[in-house]
Design a protein around this ligand. Structure first.
Ligand SMILES: [Zn+2]
Length: 294
């Protein structure tokens, strides 16, 4: 049996029905009790399995009030399945396979669920890279297939020599664009290493208009294609693991950005088990609110 099948069977055993999901959700949200979001009271009357009335102030809320699941009509069981399916796939998730596995009738809903979880992966990956950070770019495919899009990649090793990456689509061939990538993904005072030619064709020195709070260093090792050897290594790994350039052929630009979020999230957790990622995403979605109505 493949690792994925074992993983899926484990999940089905733990969460066979909506009931187990509700109980688990409740534990993650309130520990063993209840907490009124309006007055902080710990006592309530249960109106239904997921609806409560505060004994102190009378405020009625549901289990998902104040979480990212608040406006969703999808049962928790399907959300749980969706998150589990995504984290247990080694490569990038295929939307059609996802819809089948999670058993969501409409493909619009399936895609919206998948996108939301990918967005969450991107939001969780907020911690900036630091120390010596290699910055490079690579090409990905978008919907028309003819159109190749450049994306930035930043690579760093942490104190334990563990590599982490960040990726972002390139919006424009300008110093401001790469500067924005550096500022969003790399901590100040870090050393940014790259091929000089990648920094907008300034051969003599690094572009002075790049963000100032970083040190810039030209790499002495560069391939014939001006790519850093470390970039090639990472890209080969990502392609082998089917995290990039798998389904991108059929997706739009906005979805391409989400693919990159999924790719970075999974790469940066390549030594983590599915249940750890499942809990991380679920907790994030319980503790953070969103304002849209999807
Ligand atoms: Zn209350």
């Amino acid at each position: 049996m493949k690792k994925y099948e074992i993983d899926w069977n484990t999940f089905i055993k733990a969460f066979p029905t909506d009931r187990q999901c509700i109980e688990y959700f409740q534990r993650l949200k309130w520990g063993n009790g209840f907490l009124c979001s309006r007055c902080g009271c710990n006592e309530c009357w249960s109106i239904s399995e997921i609806k409560f009335k505060c004994k102190n102030c009378g405020y009625q809320s549901t289990l998902t009030t104040g979480t990212m699941f608040q406006n969703s009509h999808l049962p928790l069981l399907q959300w749980f399945r969706a998150i589990w399916y995504i984290v247990s796939c080694r490569g990038a998730v295929d939307a059609t396979e996802f819809q089948k596995a999670v058993n969501i009738g409409s493909n619009r809903t399936a895609l919206s669920v998948l996108n939301k979880i990918r967005d969450v992966m991107g939001q969780i990956e907020k911690e900036k890279l630091s120390g010596i950070v290699y910055v490079d770019y690579f090409r990905i495919f978008t919907r028309t297939k003819k159109e190749l899009k450049d994306a930035y990649i930043a690579i760093a090793k942490d104190d334990n020599n563990f590599m982490r990456i960040k990726m972002k689509l390139k919006k424009a061939h300008t110093t401001e664009d790469i500067g924005e990538f550096i500022e969003n993904c790399i901590a100040e005072e870090s050393t940014v290493v790259s091929a000089k030619v990648n920094f907008l064709g300034y051969y003599g020195e690094f572009n002075k208009r790049l963000p100032h709070n970083y040190r810039y260093k030209a790499s002495d090792k560069i391939g014939a294609d001006n790519r850093l050897p470390i970039t090639k290594k990472i890209l080969t790994y990502l392609k082998d693991r089917q995290l990039i350039n798998v389904h991108q052929g059929s997706c739009s630009l906005a979805h391409s950005e989400r693919y990159l979020s999924e790719c970075c999230y999974k790469f940066n957790r390549r030594n983590k088990k599915s249940d750890k990622m499942f809990n991380e995403i679920l907790k994030f979605m319980i503790r953070n609110e969103i304002s849209d109505n999807s």
